[in-house]
Design a binder for this molecule. Structure first.
Ligand SMILES: C[S@@+](CC[C@H](N)C(=O)[O-])C[C@H]1O[C@@H](n2cnc3c(N)ncnc32)[C@H](O)[C@@H]1O
Length: 227
C-alpha cells in the first residue's frame, strides 16, 4: 500500500474514528499524570498525530498551557478537532512534518503514532527541529514487536488503518532517538484505571492479555533534546 501524504480519516470506518477518543481518554489521563508534573502556563505543546484533538483538550483542561498545535494527516479528523477546541489556545493543522510549523515547542506528545511511521530516524530528526534544546517529547507506544499481542494486533489493525503499519521494536525506537541526539528514557504506562472488558475481543482474547498490555507492554518513551 502506498503511503498518501494526507487521508480523510485514519480508521477506514468513520464511526470507529469517532469512538477512538473516548477509548483513549483513560490512557491520555495517565500520560498526563505521569509526564506533566509541572505548571504549563508558560509552555507550548505539540501533539503529533492528534486525530480529533482530544489529548490537547484534556491537557489544557487539566493543566492549562500558553499555546499548542496538533498535527495529523487525517483531514476530516483535524477539521473535527478544530470544531471541538472551543476557547482553548490550540491550532490544529493537516500535515506530517513538525518542522514545517516553523516554530519550537517546550513539550511534544504522541500517542500510538510511531508504528505508523516508516522512518524513525526521519521522525526523530523532525521532532528535534520542533523542540527547543532541553525540550521533551513523550511518545506512548503499545504497537511494537516486543508486545506479546503484536502479531495478533497487526492483523486486526491492518484491516482498519487507511495507511500501512510498521514493525518497530522498542530498541529500534530508542536507537533512532539516541542517534538523533536525544536522551532516551522509558517506563511502562502502568495504567491505573478500570478498563472495560469486551468478551470475545479481537485485541485481548484473554483478560490476562489486557492486564499485561496495560501494565507492561504499553510504554511511554521520553526523549529529551540535548541542550
Ligand atoms: C492510532 S491513531 C492515534 C490518534 C491519537 N493520537 C489518539 O490518541 O487518539 C494514529 C494517528 O496518527 C496519524 N498519523 C499517521 N501517520 C502520521 C504522520 N506521518 N503524520 C501525522 N499524523 C500521522 C493518523 O492519521 C491517526 O490520526
Amino acid at each position: 500500500m502506498q503511503r498518501p501524504s494526507t487521508i480523510a480519516t485514519w480508521n477506514r470506518n468513520p464511526a470507529d474514528e469517532e469512538a477512538m477518543g473516548a477509548a483513549h481518554a483513560p490512557i491520555w489521563r495517565r500520560m498526563i499524570d505521569v509526564s506533566v508534573p509541572h505548571d504549563l502556563h508558560d509552555s507550548t505543546i505539540l501533539d503529533y498525530g492528534c486525530n480529533q484533538g482530544g489529548f490537547l483538550r484534556m491537557l489544557y483542561d487539566r493543566n492549562p498551557f500558553r499555546g499548542a498545535v496538533g498535527i495529523d494527516i487525517a483531514r476530516e479528523s483535524v477539521a473535527r478537532a478544530d470544531l471541538l477546541k472551543g476557547h482553548r489556545p490550540i491550532e490544529y493543522k493537516v500535515g506530517d512534518k513538525a518542522a514545517a510549523l516553523n516554530r519550537t515547542f517546550d513539550f511534544a506528545f504522541s500517542h500510538e503514532v510511531l508504528y505508523l511511521l516508516p522512518d524513525l530516524a526521519q521522525h526523530a530528526a523532525d521532532m528535534k527541529t520542533a523542540l527547543r534544546p532541553g525540550g521533551a517529547y513523550v511518545a506512548a507506544m503499545g504497537c511494537h514487536t516486543d508486545s506479546a499481542v503484536w502479531s495478533r494486533w497487526r492483523t486486526v489493525i491492518v484491516e482498519s488503518s487507511s495507511i500501512p503499519i510498521y514493525d518497530h521494536s522498542l530498541d529500534a525506537v530508542a536507537k533512532a532517538f539516541s542517534a538523533a541526539g536525544f536522551t532516551v528514557a522509558v517506563r511502562p504506562l502502568d495504567l491505573d484505571a478500570f478498563m472495560p472488558v469486551t468478551v470475545g475481543s479481537a485485541y485481548f482474547p484473554k483478560v490476562v492479555d489486557q492486564l499485561r498490555y496495560y501494565s507492561q507492554d504499553k510504554v511511554l518513551f521520553r526523549f529529551v533534546r540535548s541542550p
